[in-house]
Design a binder for this molecule. Structure first.
Ligand SMILES: Cc1cc2nc3c(=O)[nH]c(=O)nc-3n(C[C@H](O)[C@H](O)[C@H](O)COP(=O)(O)OP(=O)(O)OC[C@H]3O[C@@H](n4cnc5c(N)ncnc54)[C@H](O)[C@@H]3O)c2cc1C
Length: 460
């Protein structure tokens, strides 16, 4: 029997509606131009919330800079609210630069672009398309703001592709005192190295300059393979493709491998593609077979092995990112490449031995190294291993199992995702930790950007 990827996942299943998976837009400040009080905020997954004393969404950089010194502390910048770690919640000022958005300038000679920092990634990609140019990478979704994305070292996948901040060539920051500072490799270079990934702890980013590349189409292919084969061949396969990654389907022994390579072929969309229905099917499979992991494994292997490869062609950003309507909470660690295969084997076996109920796949990606001080990819390429849990389930049981494994393999957590690390851990993981703290102290000596969570990160 030869099934399509979709049919295999569906497992002859019952309608997706039965799983009751719907998402609502999160991470939004409910009044766009609010200067108001007592507005509830929550992040995308709904796990984090806050009731800030003030929400401030300036309409211009001048208004922002002129107000900074008077805003109630702690001031926390917010982008699209798509982070899972508590970087944003504050009972002081929640500061959104959603209204400071759009393409400012494209330089045809150098191919660099300057965006206002509140620009969403999909808007950035659309605006660049008009110039026949592309963002250098794209994460799994494109709703993040440019500022929010670089602040936590948001990445895509590709052994030769840095995270988004690695392509940034210049930045402008409004400090807590309202001073505007421009920085780049050649101007205020220490501030630049600190600000490329800075968790909203140095000031408010207002402008971001980035390299671009020629607009291109990608052919996406995906198929199932036994997990042992995929892990064993990961480094070679990653080198063969511009973008390569896989998702391990827990308790099934099977991985969904995804490649994306440049092509001149005409646009072709897979009518079968429905990531959200796939998630519903996985949930159904889990709920029918959780009591018998061997059955789940047997069924999955039988139905998925040799399933026909699905493929589609489109403009890069339409292929690389998708809508994630099924909400989840996430932990992701970036592990040195030499340790990554063993780390994933241990994660899979520990979760399955512990019997934690989970239907969300584990994601495995490659990212090239860079030299930003707080970049998790500082010092060399790493593999990202991400564990997701459905938003209505407690994320802790699975995270308690996997986090010690990530730590044993010298993993650095994604700054925007759940982790339990503190200042002492970061000091040992990041060679430029103290350099970063010095820049932070110089730009925000009164700690006006520091909530208790931010203080715990910096040991203050
Ligand atoms: C469904 C989903 C899929 C995801 N996929 C990926 C992925 O493929 N790869 C990946 O690496 N990550 C991924 N993430 C994580 C996400 O990219 C990061 O958490 C990112 O930081 C979110 O951007 P945001 O605009 O929502 O910022 P927020 O979450 O609102 O803020 C993030 C940080 O940026 C700071 N910040 C925001 N605006 C400014 C500003 N103007 N100046 C200074 N600091 C600012 C905030 O204070 C905070 O510290 C995903 C998240 C979700 C929910």
């Amino acid at each position: 029997m030869r099934l399509t990827r979709r049919e295999a996942l569906a497992l002859g299943a019952v309608s997706a509606a039965a799983a009751g998976l719907t998402g609502t837009a999160r991470g939004l400040i409910r009044e766009a131009d609010a200067q108001t009080r007592d507005i509830a905020w929550s992040n995308w997954s709904g796990y984090l919330s806050a009731t800030p004393a003030r929400v401030f969404a300036p309409a211009s950089v001048d208004e922002l800079a002129g107000s900074m010194a008077q805003l109630p502390a702690p001031i926390r910048p917010v982008g699209a609210g798509h982070s899972f770690s508590a970087l944003v919640p504050t009972d002081g000022t929640l500061l959104s630069i959603d209204r400071i958005a759009g393409l400012d300038h494209f330089d045809e000679m150098t191919g660099t672009v300057r965006f206002k920092a509140g620009t969403r990634l999909f808007h950035a990609a659309q605006a660049l398309e008009d110039e026949n140019r592309a963002l250098p990478i794209m994460p799994d979704i494109n709703k993040q703001t440019f500022a929010g994305a670089i602040s936590t070292a948001t990445h895509g996948t590709g052994i030769d592709l840095m995270a988004l901040h690695g392509f940034v060539t210049g930045l402008t920051l409004a400090t807590p005192s309202g001073e505007l500072i421009r920085c780049s490799e050649t101007e205020n270079s220490d501030i630049f190295k600190a600000a490329q990934v800075s968790l909203g702890s140095l000031g408010i980013l207002t402008e971001i300059e980035s390299q671009t590349r020629p607009l291109h189409r990608l052919r996406k292919s995906q198929w199932f393979e036994p997990i042992e084969d995929v892990i064993a061949n990961a480094p070679e396969l990653a080198r063969e493709h511009r973008h390569w990654e896989f998702y391990y389907l827990p308790y099934t022994g099977m991985a969904l491998v995804i490649t994306n390579d440049e092509t001149e072929a005409p646009v072709w969309r897979d009518p079968d593609r429905d990531d959200n229905k796939d998630m519903a099917d996985l949930r159904m499979l889990e709920s029918l077979t959780w009591w018998a992991p061997p059955l789940r494994r047997f069924l999955s292997r039988r139905l998925m092995t040799g399933t026909g490869a699905a493929s589609e062609v489109d403009t890069y950003w339409r292929v690389l990112s998708s809508e994630r309507a099924v909400r989840f909470n996430e932990m992701e660690y970036h592990v040195p490449v030499d340790a990554a295969q063993q780390c994933l084997r241990e994660v899979v076996s520990a979760v399955e031995r512990a019997g934690v109920r989970v239907f969300f796949p584990f994601e495995f990606r490659y990212i090239k190294g860079d030299d930003a001080w707080l970049s998790p990819f500082e010092g060399g390429e790493r593999c990202s291993i991400a564990i997701h849990r459905y938003f209505e389930e407690d994320p802790k049981p699975i995270q308690d199992v996997v986090e010690p494994i990530f730590r044993r393999h010298d993993g650095r957590p994604h700054w925007g995702k759940m982790n339990t690390l503190g200042a002492a851990d970061f000091a040992s993981l990041y060679p430029h930790w103290q350099d970063f703290l010095d820049v932070r102290e110089a730009l925000d000596p009164e700690g006006r950007l520091l909530t208790p969570y931010m203080r715990s990160l910096f040991g203050l």
